[in-house]
Design a protein around this ligand. Structure first.
Ligand code: ADP
Length: 604
């Protein structure tokens, strides 16, 4: 996938993620709002049911009381307007009002003039006031039962009025002589609502608020009020001079917008009808808390979304980090593998190159060796040929003495050839037995063979064996022939080096360690040059004149020491010790008693 397509895809993903989150938040808002609204509606219904039933109950208690009182002879008697009876009636009504909890109970004559009243003794006494314009009076005077809610024209206090006709005689059809009315105050209900902290309204049939938990909403109207109804209200002086301004405005969604101070308030309303006078009770649910709860839910959902988003980002970043690390590891692994395979290939190349070199080296060595051997053989052979030819001529001439000298020379030369061949034969010998060899004895034997040369050169010989070394205790693991060959080669080299020295001295010392025996052969000759030291043990390396040395002595010595698993080292001795060269040989110790063996192969 190209980077542009990837970027486009990412942009699309981000956009759809944003849309999804917005949709979720929108849904959460509505879900929470609807939930809260449903819940408060349910609460409103429950409260309304309670309040309406308690109000209905409170009013019902007074519905029967006027008729009951109107049938009492004492009350009926008061219509005769006799002062003595009126006084008794006043006291009677006062008692009944007290007991029943009515605000006032009063008796009017046919013209609506109050004759007796429970509040006769108070300044706000109804006695002498006329109420013929009130509907409850008119209903009762016509023989029915009157019910009405109005603001008291005498007291200015609102109340529920209920009335019954008072007949002059006990008969049901006797003429109606007056009306008995009871005024019930509903102020305490309002106080209850206010204390419960709820917004409750009670409207009458015209939609005018007659009770409210908020006093300022009282005597305002919900809905429209036509002119006829308004005229009637005015005629009945129902609310005295109240303007009956609209309480608020109905919005499209059915909520009620109420102006209060600078700000307005919105309510959802739930209403329930009462049994009385077409009254309705309204429960108002403020909209703002619903919005607040929806907003809180949205904030919470937003926080959850954000947390999920962050979690997602974190997981993604971690994934990427892991992926990167894996990629790095893979790259490293691959690089390693490549390197290893390269090393392996190089090693193979080197090995084959080395094999070639070894092969070439072998060929070169073979060439050098063949040339050396040819040279070494050629010289004595040429000598033999010459001496033989001249010997033959000498014999012909009868010079026997000179001829026999030639024969001696021929013998010496063939001796040399034999020595050379013996040396070469050593190469053919492989391994050999590994048996305890008494080093001290072999040293004695070789020194015996060289005694004549030592004496001729006037060499001072110093042999140092370890103290208390019993005979046959310096045992090394090897075989006699090779040990003798080793000693011979080293001692011969030393004697060669001492040829021109004034006071030649040869020191042979043997020391014994836990597992090794060390032999040192030192001379006070010229020593070994630095550049010679490097090639000392190479085959056919020699500094001696042609015919004097083959350059195989040390090479053979090295081979023997290697075979016997020992070590050989050459160094120059410091001038303080008289200078010269020193060869030290370390050989593994053997602990067995040396086996007796014949000396057929011993060397000269
Ligand atoms: P060759 O004796 O036939 O020359 P070697 O392998 O025995 O062959 O010795 C190689 C060379 O090492 C000699 O030519 C000589 O230069 C040097 N060398 C050996 N031993 C001594 C010694 N004791 N002192 C000085 N040089 C020595």
């Amino acid at each position: 996938m190209g980077p542009i397509r990837r970027r486009r895809l990412r942009r699309l993903l981000i956009a759809s993620g944003a849309v999804l989150i917005a949709a979720v938040l929108w849904w959460v808002w509505h879900w929470q709002f609807d939930n809260a609204l449903r819940e408060s509606r349910r609460h409103a219904e429950a409260r309304l049911a309670l309040y309406t039933s308690s109000l209905d109950g409170a009013l019902e208690r007074f519905t029967y009381l006027p008729d009951l009182l109107a049938r009492q002879p004492l009350v009926r008697g008061a219509l005769a307007d006799r002062p003595a009876v009126i006084r008794r009636v006043n006291r009677h009504l006062e008692r009944v009002a007290e007991r029943s909890g009515a605000e006032a109970i009063y008796l009017m004559d046919r013209r609506g003039l109050t004759l007796a009243a429970s509040n006769h003794a108070t300044p706000a006494s109804f006695i002498g006031h006329r109420y013929e314009y009130r509907p409850y009076f008119r209903a009762a005077i016509e023989g029915g039962q009157g019910e009405f809610f109005a603001v008291g024209s005498t007291t200015g206090r609102p109340g529920y009025f209920v009335s019954a006709p008072v007949r002059t005689a006990s008969a049901e059809d006797a003429t109606i002589g007056g009306v008995l009315a009871i005024k019930v105050s509903l102020e305490s209900l309002q106080a209850d609502w206010r204390e419960a902290g709820e917004k409750v309204l009670l409207t009458d049939a015209n939609g005018v608020v007659i009770l409210s938990s908020r006093p300022e909403w009282r005597f305002r109207r919900l809905g429209r009020l036509d002119a006829a109804a308004l005229g009637e209200v005015r005629a009945q002086r129902q609310f005295q001079g109240a303007a009956l301004a609209p309480l608020g405005e109905r919005l499209n969604d059915g909520s009620l917008w109420v102006e209060s101070g600078a700000l307005g308030e919105r309510f959802f309303t739930t209403a329930r009808a009462l049994d009385t006078l077409g009254w309705r009770m309204h429960y108002l649910v403020p909209v703002r808390p619903l919005y607040v709860s929806a907003r809180n839910a949205v904030l919470l959902a937003g926080a959850v979304c954000l947390a999920l988003l962050l979690l997602g980002l974190w997981l993604r970043e971690r994934q990427q980090r892991l992926w990167l690390r894996e990629r790095e590891a893979r790259i490293m692994r691959e690089a390693n593998e490549r390197l290893e395979s390269r090393v392996a290939a190089r090693t193979r190349e080197l090995e084959s190159a080395q094999a070639e070199l070894v092969q070439a080296g072998k060929l070169a060595a073979l060439g050098t060796m063949a040339a050396g051997i040819a040279h070494e053989l050629n010289q004595p052979l040429a000598g033999i040929r010459t001496y033989a030819a001249s010997g033959a001529r000498l014999l012909e001439r009868g010079r026997d003495e000179a001829a026999s000298d030639n024969f001696r020379r021929i013998q010496g030369l063939s001796e040399r050839l034999a020595t050379l061949i013996r040396q070469l034969k050593l190469f053919a010998r492989k391994g050999g037995a590994r048996e305890p060899v008494d080093l001290a004895a072999r040293l004695d034997f070789v020194l015996d063979l060289l005694e004549e040369r030592l004496a001729r050169q006037g060499v001072a010989l110093d042999v140092q064996l370890p103290e208390h070394a019993a005979a046959g205790s310096l045992l090394v693991a090897g075989d006699t022939v090779r040990v003798e060959q080793l000693l011979t080669n080293l001692l011969r080299n030393a004697l060669d080096a001492l040829r021109e020295i004034e006071a030649p001295r040869l020191t042979v010392s043997v020391s014994q360690g836990e597992s090794r025996v060390t032999l040192e052969i030192a001379d006070n000759g010229p020593g070994i040059d630095e550049d010679v030291l490097e090639h000392l043990f190479d085959p056919f390396f020699t500094t001696k004149a042609v015919g004097d040395g083959l350059g195989l002595g040390l090479f053979i010595a090295f081979g023997i020491v290697q075979d016997l698993e020992g070590r050989i080292r050459a160094e120059n001795r410091p001038a303080s010790l008289g200078g010269g060269a020193a060869f030290s040989v370390e050989l593994p110790r053997a602990r067995q008693v040396p086996a007796r063996r014949d000396r057929e192969e011993s060397l000269t």
